[in-house]
Design a protein. Sequence first.
Length: 82
Amino acid sequence: MHSETPASGAAPGDGLVRAGGIVFIVGAVATLVTVAPLFLGTDPFPPIAYAVCMLMGVGFVIAGAGVLRSIAAQRRQAKSAL
């Protein structure tokens, strides 16, 4: 069994994992920005800002879907090698 990652480009699911990571980071930054006024004693942001914070969960789901897609592709490849 070959345990090294193939050097041939992106595997299935890699794009989803990258996109999920970016969406997660945007949501994390939005969460920090939204929570900051609570500690600074300033006026809170409008409700839409809290909705943007939900991107953390969306990014996590997108990245998880990419990991599952990668797992499925590796299983198919392993079965075809037998």
